[in-house]
Design a binder for this molecule. Sequence first.
Ligand SMILES: [Zn+2]
Length: 414
Amino acid sequence: MLYLADIVLPISSPVITRGAVRVEGAQVVAVGSASELVARPGEEVIDLGASTLMPGLINAHCHLDYTKFKGSISSRQSFTEWIKNINALRRSFTPKEYIESIAEGFQMLARGGVTTVANIEAFPELLPQLPVPPLRTWWFLELIDVRTRLDQDEMLRNALGFFETHSDWPGGFGLSPHAPYTASVDLYRLARTCGEKYGMLSTTHIAESVEENEMFSNAQGPLYDFMAELGRDNSDCGQGSALSHLIEHGVIGNNCIIAHLNYLQDYDYELLANSGASVVHCPKCHTYFGHASFPLKTLREHGINICLGTDSLASNNTLDMRSEMREAQHLHGLSDREVLEMATIHGARALGQAGKLGQISPGSVADLVAFSLKPDEVNLPEIDPYHQVVHSREEPVLLVVNGRRIETELSLKI
Ligand SMILES: [Zn+2]
């Protein structure tokens, strides 16, 4: 299969005007100019014409379960109140509604050009009811033990068994100790051990809110009080940041993707850099809560990999990664190229897929998206394709996952 487009944006190499991408099975085997890569006899050719063809976007932090929560929780309240609200909403939904929520989420992601999503799954018992996911998905099983202790062995046995028999699902699975205030060090240790033993990824939320920071740094505040009411043993509070506490326990490693990190202490940065963990910034969720500035510059100075995610529609109004990239630019003054790299190759690195996802190169996986160029941009030599993609708002004209074309409308129905 040969895809032709007026612009090919491989991300890992320079822009190609009138480019071509050859795909065999699920793999890209060649990328170059259309004059060099000529169709072979009998080869199928799709000419996308006035479009930009690029690797599919990577959403590194999402909760598809909560897509139907959109607009349900007001942003004008504290983080602790938000948690109480989402807990109440979670209890009010039926399994059928959660499945519809996941399907709607996939549809929304596809319409924004996402081909890979890191999804935190709070209800793994729903998985057997789902068809093969349309997008490449890492399913991170959410772990919480603030009220009841989990039977870790049984949970892990079930999860391993399920994914072993679903090897046709594109992506993978991992564990997600929810956050230091809801998940014990034991759960973080389980996620770390599974990383070492099975190569599994893990993800978690750390230092998201000022209230979490207050809880761990000063052993006080509304989140501290609320968790104490739920029966949490808060004896680990008042001993420095939650991040340093976990890293010193040896439970955060290079298999871990940490969401948020909005409130860090000076001593956290070096510890984090040495751990090899990646960070996922969720710009629109950040704005929704009105958090203090995300320390993007300092994290970068420490060489930490930073990617982008949407978080859920309980704290956002869309799962469109282009909207996240624009918000990241607004918050941090980043260039179009910088935000596009965060939404592609940085996400791939976080998922342990560097060189395979988030770029178009020989040997990369054929996860592709194409956005149409505006008619007045087609023949301009000075067009900036990075800018054009970040600021586009139309649905993609092509979405390919694992070498297979996905319809953004009908075939995503579950
Ligand atoms: Zn989240």
